[in-house]
Design a protein around this ligand. Structure first.
Ligand SMILES: [Zn+2]
Length: 143
């Protein structure tokens, strides 16, 4: 498709592919470090997406940009009947976006809830921090 806007069908396909793990997202800031604000992701298909993180809850898509500079802004997405209502479930928000849920903090490696003192970069529990513990209890967090 040349020029014009990103269509709603394209956007929905993109979001579904993220949920399925076909398209992978790389956050440019740690979402838990941002906590409340925009998180920018580079997608493995070349798209760039900005998601508003509201107290560690996936809130809405602020912007999507394709490599050929097609852009969808929040207002346009919000006006779409299906994409405007889109929200990943809690499992996908964590697995695909690294956003752990409203006012929650989770270990990036094993998903354990983080105590207050561990709610800082690199967002790892005491078991998963390098150089601590036996390392034998590592949980594989593959999809
Ligand atoms: Zn952990």
């Amino acid at each position: 498709m040349m020029g014009g806007n990103i269509t709603e069908d394209e956007l929905i396909a993109f979001l579904k592919a993220i949920e399925k793990g076909v398209i992978l997202l790389t956050p440019q800031e740690d979402p838990q470090q941002v906590y409340a604000g925009n998180v920018t992701y580079l997608a493995s298909n070349g798209w760039r997406m900005v998601v508003f993180n509201d107290a560690n809850e996936w809130d809405y898509i602020d912007q999507v940009t394709t490599p050929d500079q097609r852009v969808l802004a929040f207002e346009e997405i919000e006006a779409m009947p299906e994409a405007g209502q889109y929200r990943p479930d809690a499992a996908a928000a964590w697995a695909c976006y690294g956003i752990p849920g409203y006012m929650k903090f989770k270990c990036k490696k094993c998903g354990a809830a983080l105590p207050l003192q561990a709610r800082i970069l690199p967002f790892l529990c005491h078991k998963c921090r390098p150089g601590t513990g036996s390392g034998s209890e590592k949980v594989n967090h593959e999809r």
